[in-house]
Design a protein around this ligand. Structure first.
Ligand SMILES: O=c1ccn([C@@H]2O[C@H](COP(=O)(O)OP(=O)(O)O[C@H]3O[C@H](CO)[C@@H](O)[C@H](O)[C@H]3O)[C@@H](O)[C@H]2O)c(=O)[nH]1
Length: 679
């Protein structure tokens, strides 16, 4: 029985980050510098004959205005960082006997890019949570309706009889067999009584892995297994993976649960922390604040990030800083995976002051709620809001707008680890999908400013919109990467002279922004190189993914296309994987996105050469020299960022280089642009 004192101890606590005053002072000083840049642009618009220069100037000013607007929205994700801590011992002490049922939904869609062996590792890891097994149900939703995945699940259910007791007995972490065996081999200091079990379980796992790989290669389960399990008969009537009846197969538990808590995870995100379910319950079951919390979102973390995070896939600043700032506004974005939900909220329930769940007595029912009320709620079923590439974000925002709070929980030991994209093309396509989905959300009635008006606080509206508008930062970035360089060739200066006091706000913004972001990356455990890689990939995403996201959104609005979900591949061939490990950028295909990258890179290279020629051969006056220096530095920065592109174009012989067709096309395009500027 809980003591009276216990009742008053919270199950979680929230702490505000230190250094907020320092950050706010820095932000205020940057705002001042931004205002000075705006004044400079307005006061110095080129007048007279030079109309080309005037338009370039105005364009640059508009681009800067858009950056400043995004900077203002951005403050909502850094202004008030909060960190969450749970007290699982208090939870066990008070609720061990009344812990609620938890349903875990894992989704998969295509066994070619999401191998069944990976999927079942995720399933097995989820089954191993430190939680009463009769209260934990794991469901796999396979949109691809693959019998190969079904076969792998049968294998997994057999293997689980050995794996789960092993995990429970030795508190195995991570509880994904593949991840566990790849991190520990028999040379590791294992607990003495574990050594025997370890070897036999590993052998069983390897045998199962082998069988699944063979079946995946052959494309069909062995006949004796098909005869043994009537479930396979379902596939006899399937016409295609995209068009099939619902196939429902119950496995270990033999009944369908209806747990009040739901965890949604992607099929590549294995559980890395045995305590995550209990952590989440500390939020939902806290007597004081729990009844207003709808979902608990974990960061998306990955176990295949390279040493210097070649493609910036760890989203270090977003996970370790920004999302804590979003949480400081009373809500968090639902990211689709690694998120625990209160089932009611996914079913469309609005939050009311009276809502209180009595976890101790009512199991799946709400205190004071009649059966009729319950069925009304169910009629209003909302579930996931499909039809947009970021259905998860829309769903989360809508839940927040129904009066619920949501929290971001980022424990030191990450709760889930997934597979980050392995090639540049995948990175850009994934980001296009996200930014396109966010833009569609912003343009729809679910927009945070529209839907959230009077329902969520302004900070949360700004934070959500900051991400929703990602795609719109593309055109100004492309403009900044191209026009100043082109103007360098044409002899049109666009920045203040070195000796002008107007240079100060520009220099201040560049220096503070860069040092702050570098400091943050280092503080979050990154390296100088990973900071540079991160800068590069953001520029690549902005100049390609975002531009395509805008174009596709426009085509969709005009009714020419429909959104398609391109699944991120979780596999790659050996060469590609080896290059990824060595942090060599992977091009390899002739994609339209790469056309933009290579043309911009070459144009800047030509402009830098042209600009240097101007300084060295034409011997300008000191006045002219001063006028060019910032523009040349900008051009040099773009060239430095693009070094892997030049390597891919001219110096690499491997199959991950830039294909000849793409190289020739971009050289021709960049040369034409250069000629047009010079003559
Ligand atoms: O028609 C589909 C397409 C995808 N998926 C699954 O959705 C998950 C995410 O797909 P993935 O290609 O891995 O996309 P990511 O970009 O890695 O996913 C992130 O972004 C998505 C929104 O764009 C969210 O839904 C995901 O939860 C989030 O992890 C995977 O488990 C897929 O199997 C389906 O179940 N059905």
């Amino acid at each position: 029985m809980a003591s009276a004192k216990d009742e008053y101890l919270p199950l979680f606590e929230t702490k505000e980050a230190k250094g907020r005053v320092a950050y706010r002072l820095l932000a205020a000083s940057m705002l001042l510098a931004i205002c000075m840049v705006v004044v400079f642009r307005v006061k110095h618009v080129p007048t007279g004959e030079e109309t080309q220069g005037r338009w370039a100037w105005i364009g640059l000013f508009l681009a800067e205005l858009w950056f400043f607007l995004s900077w203002i929205l951005h403050q909502a994700v850094r202004w008030n960082l909060v960190y969450r801590y749970t007290f699982k011992d208090r939870l066990s002490h008070r609720y061990e006997k009344e812990l609620p049922g938890v349903d875990i939904f894992i989704c998969t869609a295509d066994p070619k890019v999401e191998p069944p062996i990976m999927v079942i590792n995720t399933v097995l890891s989820m089954m191993a949570y430190d939680y009463p097994p009769e209260k934990l149900s794991v469901y796999l939703s396979d949109d691809g309706g693959s019998q190969l995945t079904f076969y792998a699940m049968l294998e997994a259910s057999r293997f689980s009889e050995y794996w789960l007791p092993f995990c429970k007995k030795f508190k195995v972490e991570p509880p994904s067999p593949a991840a566990y065996f790849s991190r520990h081999d028999s040379h590791d200091p294992l607990q003495p009584q574990m050594a025997n079990h370890y070897n036999s379980i590993k052998k069983l796992y390897k045998e199962m892995e082998n069988r699944i790989k063979i079946v995946t290669e052959v494309g069909r389960a062995p006949e004796e297994i098909r005869r043994e399990h009537k479930g396979f008969l379902e596939w006899d009537t399937v016409s295609s993976p995209r068009d099939h009846q619902t196939i429902l197969q119950i496995r270990v538990s033999s009944k369908i649960s209806n747990g009040p808590v739901i965890l949604t995870v992607d099929c590549d995100m294995y559980s890395n922390n045995l305590d995550s379910v209990r952590d989440a319950l500390c939020f939902f079951m806290d007597e004081e604040k729990g009844h207003e919390i709808a979902f608990v979102q974990h960061p998306q973390s990955f176990d295949n990030i390279t040493k210097n995070d070649l493609y910036g896939s760890s989203f270090r600043s977003i996970s370790e800083v920004e999302l804590h700032g979003v949480d400081g506004n009373g809500g968090i974005l639902y990211l689709g995976t690694g998120c625990f939900h209160r089932r009611d909220t996914l079913c469309g329930r609005k939050h009311t002051k009276e809502y209180k769940r009595d976890w101790k007595t009512e199991g799946h029912r709400i205190a004071g709620e009649s059966l009729n009320e319950l069925s009304e709620t169910i009629k209003d079923f909302m579930g996931m809001m499909y039809g947009c590439p970021v259905e998860d974000v829309i769903t989360g925002l809508t839940i927040n707008c129904r009066g619920w709070k949501s929290v971001y929980f980022n424990p030191a030991r990450k709760a889930f680890l997934g597979v980050a994209p392995i090639t540049l093309d995948q990175v850009l396509v994934q980001h296009k999908r996200w930014s396109e989905g966010h833009l569609q959300l912003f343009l729809s009635r679910y927009c945070a400013f529209w839907q959230g008006h009077g329902r969520i606080n302004t900070g949360l509206q700004m934070a959500a919109s900051y991400y929703n508008l990602w795609a719109t930062y593309g055109p100004p970035t492309l403009y900044y990467a191209v026009i100043p360089s082109v103007c360098l060739l044409k002899g049109i200066p666009l920045f203040p002279k070195m000796s002008s006091p107007w240079l100060l706000p520009f220099a201040y913004l560049i220096i503070t922004h860069s040092s702050y972001s570098l400091g943050e990356v280092l503080w979050c455990g990154g390296s100088l190189q990973s900071w540079w890689n991160d800068k590069r990939i953001w520029i690549f995403r902005r100049t390609t993914s975002y531009i395509f996201a805008i174009v596709d959104t426009m085509l969709k609005v005009l009714g020419f296309t429909k959104s398609a979900f391109v699944i991120t591949s979780k596999v790659a061939d050996n060469d590609v994987m080896q290059r990824y490990k060595e942090e060599i950028m992977e091009f390899g295909t002739d994609s339209p996105m790469f056309s933009i990258l290579t043309t911009v890179a070459l144009l800047n290279l030509f402009s830098l050469v042209g600009g240097m020629k101007r300084l060295v051969f034409i011997r300008p006056s000191i006045d002219e020299f001063e006028a060019w220096i910032l523009q040349i530095l900008l051009c040099a920065f773009v060239v430095a960022i693009n070094l892997p592109v030049y390597q891919g174009l001219f110096f690499r012989k491997d199959s991950g280089n830039i294909p000849f067709s793409l190289m020739s096309r971009s050289i021709v395009l960049a040369l034409i642009a250069t000629m047009l500027c010079m003559y």
